[in-house]
Design a protein around this ligand. Structure first.
Ligand code: R5P
Length: 296
């Protein structure tokens, strides 16, 4: 087995190589002056089960190098090429909300399935699509961050009340809270546009001794978290800590959270970001090994 990390994935790449005692492959990835991608495999992958590690926030610019690298690795004799994408893109456009829209999750899955032999990811945003197998035709493995997030909470905030900003978040929130042995609840959210969100008021009086911690799968524009933070503060509570698996942080998301009055912001390292406090290498590693053993 050999792991090639694309630029931007160095830290998690090192953690995974350590966890699996794997050699790190060497690549060159850059752009030609005209914007086209240039990729080169700098060592010999012949006969190896190869992993390309590339998280897929801001996915469009990452896809072309990945497709070219998968082709180059196969030409040079790699036995299989698996994609480890700790954050899996395009999962939220899982439905045609308006006439004429692409159901992007399906088209993206088709592209990835045609390029790789296997897929590993962390907490994909499964909502209307129940499992990756509904849209991906290659073997896939999903890693859950809940245990690692719960461990962080147990060490750093054992008196938490976990709050999910919407009904969809119940799947992540309940896992984290149950593993940490703390209570949880979710709010009702209505999204009226990319950056327009409203949520119901939390009933914090039920847990007077507990400190609210918002937990979600993704912080993207941060408007979901920010709206929930403002409501929590309206009850007289202080600015809650915010925890998420995937630190997408689109545009001015950090400023949006700061202005809403967020306390500490904690994320896992599925996407490299200054808020990363939880290393998932030790739990992604064994799952990746298991997936590779299932590929041809
Ligand atoms: C929504 O369904 C997700 O679970 C997140 O709540 C959402 O994607 C966060 O997006 P944003 O940060 O842009 O509000």
């Amino acid at each position: 087995m050999r792991l090639y990390g694309l630029p931007g994935n160095e830290e998690l790449g090192r953690s995974l190589c350590r966890a699996l005692d794997l050699p790190a492959g060497e690549l060159e990835v850059r752009r030609f002056p005209d914007g086209e991608s240039y990729v080169r495999v700098l060592d010999d992958p012949a006969g190896q089960r190869v992993v390309l590690l590339c998280t897929l926030d801001r996915p469009d610019a990452k896809l072309m190098p990945l497709v070219l690298l998968a082709g180059a690795l196969r030409e040079q004799g790699a036995r299989s090429v698996t994609l480890a994408a700790p954050y899996l893109a395009y999962m939220r456009q899982d439905h045609r909300f308006n006439a004429g829209e692409a159901v992007s999750a399906v088209h993206f899955a088709r592209l990835v399935s045609g390029t790789f032999d296997g897929l590993l990811t962390v907490d994909p945003h499964l909502h209307r699509i129940g499992s990756l197998d509904e849209i991906y035709t290659i073997p896939s493995r999903v890693v859950h961050a809940a245990a690692a997030m719960a461990e962080w909470l147990s060490r750093n905030a054992p008196d938490s009340l976990i709050i999910g900003p919407d009904a969809e978040s119940a799947q992540w929130v309940s896992g984290v809270a149950e593993a940490a042995g703390v209570p949880w609840t979710v709010l009702d959210k209505e999204r009226r546009g990319d950056r327009e969100v409203s949520v119901s008021l939390p009933d914090l009086e039920r847990w007077p001794e507990r400190r609210p911690v918002l937990v979600d799968d993704i912080i993207s524009t941060a408007h979901t978290m920010a709206t929930a933070i403002r409501h929590i503060r309206e009850t007289g509570a202080g600015g809650p800590a915010c925890m998420a698996t995937h630190a997408v942080f689109a545009g001015d998301a950090w400023e949006v959270l700061r202005q809403a009055g967020a306390g500490r912001i904690v994320t896992t390292n599925t996407i490299a970001h200054p808020t990363n406090a939880i290393d998932l290498g030790p739990i992604i590693g064994p799952a990746l090994k298991d997936l590779l053993e299932r590929t041809p």
